[in-house]
Design a protein around this ligand. Structure first.
Ligand SMILES: Nc1nc2c(ncn2[C@@H]2O[C@H](COP(=O)(O)OP(=O)(O)O)[C@@H](O)[C@H]2O)c(=O)[nH]1
Ligand SMILES: [Mg+2]
Ligand SMILES: [Zn+2]
Length: 398
């Protein structure tokens, strides 16, 4: 992230904080709140070049509409929320505070006073107008009306501290929230079976960073690598960017302690392809969990579509919790402007302005400083390749 951008963010944050009193209780999805958010909307700030990238092709009013909705979706986050405050909010209502631990269509499982009960979601809670395509996600704090033993009704969703969201693949100006109130994302990948796919790892990292989450990578099944050295050399690029990389062989209990340290006391989302070893890893982190693990061969039948993504919140004995998300097959960078991709490749951003041609695409031009940096090893070849590939994908989708 450039300095300018940081300053802009800080200014936005200040403006946001100064209005705190007026915004105190925000409940999602109510007509009154939609009005309120509208008041809170602030004009989008142009980038360093004074323009809002890549939106020229859209009619003006459509652009405004999308910006407004995007702004709204992020505006409902209140980053300083904690359990005490959620408790206090619930105490002001006739309902109980619940933590959503599992979601499927129209139903969820929520932990209320230590018991996990099945809840319907009140029909008046609609996603429309919230900036999201779904009403709730695992990790949400909700207001629950107990109906009978082991059954309840979700009456409202409390404001979120944070969330992992991705742009909806059809309505890219809307977001789908995958997990709420999480602090960080741990990408789990396997060295082999399934084969390491660093472009996907980059996508997860970018997705999380766009949501303001801390990130780390767990590279599992290193027992299948010829040498640890080979693995370390490859992922050194992440280390240079201060993204922690944990090398593990979860099935053998190797390398687990640093992962445990990373998870302790934090709300973490796990992301990664089926079969990379997420469940095995969690079982190693907390023996006794006994999550089901499956051989790679019978994965296909388990994979749902995005809309039926089921996730599970697992509380950790050492403090903190983990959201296991079997369904997040791809993070999707929908809605990211191609020219903003460079923000997530700081090692490229460092040199990118120095090419001989101002409009250098860093693919074939002479005097390209990026290519030079790749050749002399300052930029990892695979990071460069990922950047170019993702850039092309984003341009095509724009
Ligand atoms: N060789 C090897 N296999 C592993 C390792 N960790 C997990 N596996 C195997 O990979 C398969 C998928 O693991 P699972 O935890 O179900 O993956 P998930 O889909 O990401 O939750 C299982 O057969 C595990 O036994 C590891 O460190 N090394
Ligand atoms: Mg699993
Ligand atoms: Zn260049």
């Amino acid at each position: 992230m450039t300095k300018k951008r940081k300053e802009i963010r800080q200014q936005q944050r200040k403006a946001w904080d100064s209005e705190k009193g007026r915004r105190k209780i925000i409940r999602h999805n109510t007509a009154a709140n939609q009005e309120k958010h509208r008041v809170d909307w602030q004009p989008l700030v142009p980038d360093e070049e004074g323009q809002i990238a890549d939106q020229r092709i859209m009619p003006l009013d459509e652009r405004d509409r999308r910006e407004a909705v995007t702004e709204q979706a992020t505006a409902v986050l209140q980053t300083d929320l904690n359990d005490t405050q959620w408790q206090a909010m619930a105490a002001e209502t006739p309902f109980q505070l619940g933590l959503v631990v599992e979601v499927s269509r129209g139903l969820c499982r929520a932990t209320v006073n230590g018991d996990t009960i099945v809840c319907d979601v009140r029909g008046t809670l609609i996603a429309e107008g919230s900036g999201y395509t779904n009403v709730l996600a695992v990790g949400d704090r909700v207001l629950v009306q107990p109906l009978s033993e082991a059954r309840g009704l979700v009456e409202g969703v409390l404001p979120r501290r944070s969330g992992l969201a991705r742009a909806d693949s059809f309505d890219t100006h809307l977001k789908q929230i995958l997990a709420a109130n999480v602090d960080q994302l741990l990408v789990v990948a396997a060295w082999l079976e399934p084969k390491l796919w660093l472009q996907m790892v980059d996508e997860y990292l970018i997705g999380a960073q766009r949501n303001g989450l801390k990130t780390a990578v767990c590279l599992n099944k290193i027992d299948l690598a010829k040498s640890k050295n080979e693995v370390e050399t490859l992922v050194a690029a992440y280390g240079k960017l201060n993204i922690p990389v944990f090398l593990t062989a979860a099935a053998q209990g190797v390398g687990i302690e640093p992962v445990r340290d990373f998870l302790r006391g934090q709300a973490t989302v796990l992301a990664g392809l089926s079969g990379v070893g997420k469940s095995t890893l969690l079982n190693a982190v907390q023996p006794g969990l006994q999550l089901r693990t499956s051989a790679v061969s019978n994965m296909k039948s388990r994979e749902g579509r995005h809309t039926t993504t089921q996730a599970l919140v697992i509380p950790l004995e050492m403090g903190g919790s983990v959201v296991d998300t079997p369904g997040i097959k791809d993070m999707g960078l929908h809605g990211l402007y191609p020219d903003d991709l460079i923000l997530y490749y700081p090692e490229l951003a460092d040199v990118v302005g120095l090419c001989r041609f101002g409009d250098c695409t860093h693919s074939h031009e002479p005097g390209c400083v990026v290519k030079e940096a790749v050749e002399n090893g300052r930029i990892a070849q695979w990071r460069y390749d990922n950047y170019v590939n993702l850039y092309d994908i984003l341009v095509e989708a724009a």
